[in-house]
Structure formats: C-alpha cells, structure tokens
Design a protein around this ligand. Structure first.
Ligand SMILES: [Zn+2]
Length: 389
C-alpha cells in the first residue's frame, strides 16, 4: 500500500498533470499540489538533523504522509485544507460521518440555550481528533500516527506490531487522524533529531537568527509571526508564513489556514476530544490542561493527564511524575472547547529517546489510556459541563 503511489508521484513530478489533454484524478491533483508546495517554500530543508539512519518504518516526509493517507481503504482520506505553502492537509477518518452538514446551532449558542443538542445532537460514539506534527521538527508524533493508521488498515503497524486491545477500543469511537498539521515546517525539517546537541536541536526546532544565534523556545513566542527576513532559517516550528499554529488562537483573527481548517473540522463533527501531539528533548509526558476552561474539563484533564503519566512511568518511559496542576497556557486547545465543547490535551514525545521505538511508543499507550477512560466516563460530558460540579 505504502509504495503504491510512488509511480504516480514520479509521473506527476516528471510530467505534471495539468495539461489540457490529461484528466487528473483527485489523487494525482493532490500529489501535484504537494509538488507545487515545495516550490513555494522560502527556506530549504535545514541541515541540523540527527546522524543515525532512520528505520524503514520511520515515515514522516510530506510525500510519505500523502502516500499513506491516500492509500487507505478502511478509513477515508480527506484533504481538509491547504497549508500556507499550499501543501494538502490530510485527515483520515474512521467511523460513520454522516453528520457533516450545517447544524441547527453552534456550541456557543446552544450551550447557552436549554438544549445543547441543537448543536451536539445525540451521537452514538464519541469523536476523537488525533492531531500530530503541529511543529515540523517534531516528527515523532507524525511517525506514530502513520503507524496507527497502518495498524487500523492492516492489523499491524509499519513495524509489524499488533495492538489488539487498542484496535478493540478504537472500534468504539469515531476517530479522525490529522497526521501532520504543519506540513510546511515538516518539509524543511530533518527526519529526526536523535543525538543532536541542544543548540542544534534549538536551531532545527525554533530556528536561527541571521547572526547564527539559535532562537530560544520562549523567545520564539515573542513574535507572531516570526520575522522571516531576520532569520537564517526558521526551523520547523512555524508554517511557511512564520506562524506558530499551536498559538494561533485569537478568536476573530485566526492567521493560519491550518488552524482554520482544523476548527472547521472540529465544529463540523462535534468533536469530544482533541489530541495535540508534540515532541521535546526530555522524557515523554502528557501536559496538564489549561485552567482557562470549564471546571469539569480542567478536572477531567488533570485526572486523565495524571493517569497517562503514571502509565508512562509504569512502562519505564519516564521516571518522576509531573506536577498535577493546571497550566495558564493559551493555545489552540482553548479554542477546541469554545468551538465544540470538547476537551483538548497536548503531549510531548522524546526526540532524544535511545531507540526510535521509544520515540513513538508513548502515543500508543496514551491513546489506549484515553479511549479506555472515555468508555468509563465521556471525555466531554456536555450535560456535566453545563451543570457544573
Ligand atoms: Zn511542539
């Protein structure tokens, strides 16, 4: 399946598919738009990657993402938008999605009425969005998601591993995978950063000023967008316009097409839970929820993040437990709750883990904990949110 489209990619790359004599299939048109997007990039791929050769199952390049998504049979691939540079934004959907039309009301309005069902309806299954690759130099989540899609398609991931318990859980939900939110950043980032030093890591992630200094993590957030004429390389953090999609969260003034496409998807399907996937140079963990939310969401988020972190400790993937306290962060997750009433949480994988397996394994554990928990108590119990506790 995964190499099925390579001839198409090559054919499109060589000949193009927009000649008047030639009818394009949508797959070919998608691949053509991907090829065109590379031409729109202002910066080349960075030279800051890890040296170790990647395993064959480590797929994270835009054309590899496209190939796997377009090849699904059990799921349905949808291009939900275009990135700033013009890359297709892929979603892969599993489950029944017959509620994508206009709804009678919005979450904001209906939750202030006497019938939130006028927006939310009465869905049989909870809807999960599993979004990874918000930051392009953090490929681990992308690799994990492509492996999950392969697992759902064939019963085994790209490594040949099976996760029967996870598969059983997944079938009880509607799941939408967004393997790579920031295709622009991914296209100019290395395949991985294992074994790099801290300065190199920073340059690959947040970028490098013209004078050669790395752009520090917090420093990068002083700008929105990052001033691209002042950088030697922007790293994989922002999209092609310099915007950090993770913090594109100003109501009424959303800057990125990526955030707009996700918000439209979240509203369209009344999403209950949004997984927001990241990586860092430390041990993997689930980030505690923002305190700026419904009290019930804050409490549920704290319990869930804590339970996940305990499982990661149990699996030997980290040692100590992160503090169980809400953050004051404002980011895309806050908008999820405003848009659909759903709960959103972020995680960090470890880009410096000793093995490539350990870089992605936490996400399989995290998904299992979340789905098992959701069957005991809804991830976003709308009645409880509005009733208060
Ligand atoms: Zn990140």
């Amino acid at each position: 399946m995964t190499i099925r489209l390579l001839p198409v990619i090559l054919a499109v790359a060589c000949a193009g598919c927009l000649s008047p004599q030639q009818q394009c299939t949508s797959e070919e048109a998608t691949m053509a738009s991907l090829r065109d997007a590379y031409q729109n990039l202002r910066f080349p791929q960075s030279e800051y990657g890890g040296q170790a050769p990647r395993p064959s199952w480590w797929r994270c390049r835009p054309e590899e993402i496209a190939d796997l998504c377009l090849g699904v049979k059990k799921g349905r691939c949808e291009v939900i938008g275009q990135t700033a540079a013009g890359f297709p934004l892929f979603a892969v959907l599993y489950g029944e999605f017959n509620d994508g039309g206009p709804r009678q009301s919005t979450w904001a309005a209906s939750s202030s009425s006497d019938a939130y069902e006028c927006y939310y309806g009465q869905p049989e299954k909870q809807t999960i969005v599993w979004a990874t690759g918000f930051h392009g130099a953090e490929p681990e989540g992308v690799v994990a998601t492509l492996n999950m899609i392969q697992l759902l398609e064939t019963g085994k991931d790209l490594r040949g591993r099976s996760y029967p318990k996870l598969l059983e859980l997944v079938s009880q939900f509607r799941i939408i995978f967004l393997p790579c939110v920031n295709m622009d950043g991914r296209a100019i980032s290395p395949d991985h950063l294992q074994g790099t030093d801290k300065v190199t890591f920073r340059k690959a992630c947040q970028g490098e000023w013209l004078d050669g200094q790395p752009i520090e993590w917090r420093e990068s957030k002083r700008y929105f967008p990052l001033p691209l004429d002042r950088v030697k390389h922007p790293g994989g953090y922002p999209n092609a316009d310099g915007f950090n999609i993770m913090h594109d969260a100003t109501p009424g003034n959303i800057r990125t097409p990526e955030a707009r496409a996700m918000l439209e998807l979240i509203e369209r399907y009344g999403v209950d839970f949004f997984f927001n996937g990241h990586s860092c140079e430390g041990k993997p963990f689930m980030i505690m929820p923002s305190e700026i939310n419904y009290q019930a969401h804050v409490e549920r988020g704290l319990e869930l993040a804590d339970a996940i972190n305990a499982r990661l400790v149990e699996a030997g993937l980290r040692s100590g437990m992160p503090k169980k306290a809400a953050t004051r962060t404002l980011n895309f997750n806050n908008l999820v709750s405003l848009t659909s009433g759903g709960l959103a949480l972020s995680n960090e994988l470890n880009s410096w883990a000793e093995s490539f397996d350990d870089m992605i394994e936490p996400n399989f554990i995290i998904m299992e904990v979340i789905l098992a928990s959701a069957l005991k108590e809804p991830l976003a119990d709308r009645a409880a949110l509005l009733r208060g506790k």
